[in-house]
Structure formats: C-alpha cells, structure tokens
Design a protein around this ligand. Sequence first.
Ligand code: PMP
Length: 463
Amino acid sequence: MTAHSNIYPTKALQELDAAHHWHPFSDMKSLNAEGSRVITSADGVWLTDSNGNKILDGMAGLWCVQVGHGRSEITEAVTKQMNELAYYNTFFKTTHPPAIALSEKLAKLAPDHINTVFYCSSGSEANDTVFRMVRTYWDKMGKRDKKVIIGRWNGYHGSTLAGTSLGGMKAMHAQGDLPVSGVHHIDQPYWFGEGQDMSPENFGVHVARKLEEAIDQIGEDKVAAFIAEPIQGAGGVIIPPETYWPEVKRILEERDILFVSDEVICGFGRLGEWFGSSYYGVKPDLMPIAKGLTSGYLPMGGVLVSDRVVEGLMLAGDDFNHGYTYSGHPVCAAAALANLEIIERDGLVDRVKTDIGPYLKERWLKLGEHELVGEARMTGLVGALELVPDKKNPTKKFSDVGVPGTLCRDVSFEHGMVMRAVRDSMIISPPLVLSHEEADHLVATAEKTLNDTYRILKRDGWM
Ligand code: PMP
C-alpha cells in the first residue's frame, strides 16, 4: 500500500495502523482495540477523514497550523528548495541561503536584544538545547555553580530527557526515572484549579513569589535559569492572573538568572503578538520555538538567543558542542520563510489581536454560563472550558478526573470538531485564519457538545 492511498476502507487502514504503529502519548492496547481516526486531507481550518467527514480543526493540528491547511505557497517554496538543494548541513564552517534568510527574518521579528537563532527540528530538541546552553553559558561566565533550572509543575517543554525534566508533568516523570538532577519545580499560576481560596490578583502575586522563594532557598549563586510558557498550553491553557507576569518580571530583574520563555505554542501570533513574552511584557534571554515557525508543514524548531547569552557563549572562544544533522535544514527553512511571509502579508498577528481574537473570545466566554462549565477563558486564540460537576461549587472536581473530559472530546468529534481534553478542561487553539463564520460554527458546535455531554453525565449519575 502507498502512503497516499485513499482507496483502502477505513477498517483496513485501522487494522494496519494497529498492527505496526505506536502512537505518541497513547494507551496502545485500548487504541488498537478501538481503532484510530484516519485523517486523509485538509484545507483551511477543515480536516477530512477516511469516511469523508469534515471536521473543524479546533486545535490547528497540535497548536501549530497558524496559516491553515493546504497553503500552496508553502508547497511551492518547498518544492523549489527541494530541487535546488534538498539537504546540506550547517556544521563545519558551512551554511546555505535558506538558513541565512530565515535567521535574518527571525532576528527582525524577535525583540531587539535577540538577534541569533540556533536550529533544531522540534520543540523538545529546542529545550534540550536550552538545557545545555544555559549551563554552558554560566560555566563560560566563570559561575560554575549556577546549574539549577527552575520549571513549573504542569508545565510542558517536550518529551526528550531535558524536555520532560524541565516540564512538570508527574505522569511523564514517572516513566524513565525523571527529572534529571538539577531541575526544581515550583507551583503554576492555575487560579481555577489551585487558587480559588484567594482573589485571582492575590493568587497571581502569591504564586509568582514561589519563584523568589525557590531562588532564595536554592541560592541565587546556584540557579541558572527559570523556564516557563507565557500561557501553559498542554497543561490545560492555564492563563495566569494579570498580576502574575509583572511580579515574575520584578523578581527576574532583581536576580541574576536567565529567563527562558518557551514560545513553542505562544510564538508566531497565537496571543496576538509575535511572541507570548511580548504580550506579557517580559524580557527573555532565550526563546525555544517550533510549531508555528513552519505552521507544522515541516518539522523545525530553534532557540532564539539574546545578545547577552551569545556574547557569553563566545567568551572562551571554543566550540559549543551541540548540534543536529537537520539544524537549519534548507527545505524546512524554506517552509518557515514561506509561512512567515503569509503570516506577515495577511496580517495574521494583528488579526488575532484586533479582529478574530476578540470576536471569538466574546462568544467563547458566554459558554461559561453553561451548567457544565465552571470557567471559560481565552487569550488571543487559545481557550479553555473547565467542566465541573456542580456549577455552584466550582472547586469541586469530578470523582474520576479526566473521564468526563474524554467523553466531551469524543462527543465533539461526533459533532465534527476537534476540541482537546486536558483532565476535564476542553481546550481549543484554532488556526489564525479562522473566519467569523467558522468561529460562530466553532462556538455553536462547542455548545451542542456541552449539551450532549451534560445529558450523558446526568444520565449516568456523574452530576
Ligand atoms: N514546549 C511547549 C510549550 C510545547 O507545547 C511543546 C509541544 N506541545 C513542546 C515544547 C515540545 O515540542 P515538540 O512536540 O515539537 O517536541
């Protein structure tokens, strides 16, 4: 069978998939018994499955397809680059025009103090690069004790050893005996889940100060960096209270540690600015990027590195012994350039800020009135609905956390829309090209989904 074949019936495809394909983050025993959904094509914000169903891609793939599916400009740029130079590396005093052009472009888009990019193929590799880069930076600065990297519980920074370790997903740490040494986790700014005994404003400051407490407890001379997503994505679209980032900013300005803003989800317009840290007015020393860099058309990631860190790393005049075969891959770089050109030409970042972002938010927040929803939240084009068993008592959780969320996700699929479930939060992150009409459709489908999920949960005694 060829990879392009659409002539096989769904069941045959599912059986072959079950026989040979191990999926990420999956219970393969139950998935193989159930059968995977087979997506065969996509256009704009719409996916088509092997049964011919049209599905609204409320997650932009996996938080990445900023410009929507099926953009021929990217295909053409990739084809052209493939024909010219399909591959060459960037090791051994070598470079090539796509890597040069993309680096210049990224330096222009990044804040003024950031002018350099190190390439890799994914967000996870970007964070592995960060891990080695911050420790090496302090070594070169002569501060060899500065090793500890502070991350946050329920943060997500990837699946590799460093990515998993920097992230704060306990279920991931449990597999592979992680985190590696020298990583410390502090509380997350999750007001709905963990802070409702305080006002959001007080909770934001309270939880930001956990960073200060951790630095003091470990010792500033031992802390290398703090890493955080501007808004936690995979953790459940945790939008921090407004007081959180200003307080973190104050702490970072007073302490000599590096700040790593993980922009893998929040970068490239998701929050209505080019980078999430710009949205919150914080100044990163390093920014891991991936996903929206190419809109997922080809795998590419990188670390945007500030002048301060570049200068530090260059101090000793020796190699930074780190790199990947596909660092700066010419075809991926061509895809990234074409993608960024579309984002700029179509004004997608501003569109999120002033048009589709506020339009969708107004309608999405109204879903917060639903009997099943304890909180609706949205910033830019990422949002969440917290499902609760008792609306009058929003701190109460479902007895079996995650089961109602998974049910709701499945109902949403039946209604023709991808919403992802994280615990019992339903989350969306649609392509930045979502039209007003599609936004209306998204909200109407979410409402239908909530109604049906509510009915089933009531019937089955969950609430
Ligand atoms: N950082 C963040 C914030 C992410 O959301 C992700 C992926 N969801 C990663 C890193 C890892 O990226 P990748 O899956 O490309 O390795």
